[in-house]
Design a binder for this molecule. Sequence first.
Ligand code: IPE
Ligand code: IPE
Ligand code: MG
Length: 242
Amino acid sequence: MRKSELSNLPAHVAIIMDGNGRWARRRAMPRFMGHRQGVAALKKAVRYASNQGIETLTVYAFSTENWQRPQEEVDFLLDLMYKTFVQEIEELIEEQVRIILIGDRTSLSHELLEIWTQAEERTANNTGLTLNVAFNYGGRQELVAATKNLAEQVARGELAPEDINEENINTALYTWRSPDPDLIIRTGGELRLSNFLLWQAAYSEIYVTDILWPDFKERDFSEALQAYAHRERRFGQVPVKE
Ligand code: IPE
Ligand code: IPE
Ligand code: MG
């Protein structure tokens, strides 16, 4: 793995890959063409993150709210996700990427879950980049699921209510294997989280670019990392140099 020449690299980068529809509309193309082009941008971003030596990359691919889009678009996105996994799995294994699905698995099709489980199992021992794919993911739903999990532990007598703390809440989240994101990048210019990593984003640095996701290149990723390197993370404390 080639180590980055950039200083102060974030260990965990999360990306809200937004703007596929607008990318297509600007070219008078149907929205799905934007999603297809978005996969190409994702492949570049994964390779770049891996080459830079970033430890964890989390990408927002489909939100719990995205089910409300026209059925045709939802079907296309589900199919695209399935096909992308089938096509890319061998290369991801070769590149030592470890894949983890974060999101609500209960309402996904048997087919998609099957390919997903396979991808997770076949890459579980890989030692390179950890790629969390947020699919059917919603931050609030994740917190509801975590709360149920803890409540069940309490009901079984395994956990006392007074012992509920940040650590066991963290452990009950889909992202329990990963540290909190240091940097959240959003393409497409919207200044919101759209239900992404609500708990985990408590102290993340946020970087928004107007570039639409299908246009997001290595150079843009590098710019985001450079901007991050200049941020002063205070975590509620007073500045270091004062
Ligand atoms: C992001 O692009 C991809 C998904 C949400 C699946 P959009 O499809 O939201 O693109 P815009 O925001 O309409 O341009
Ligand atoms: C966020 O984008 C979800 C993903 C990128 C998968 P949206 O396009 O769904 O977000 P809103 O609707 O603009 O908030
Ligand atoms: Mg959008």
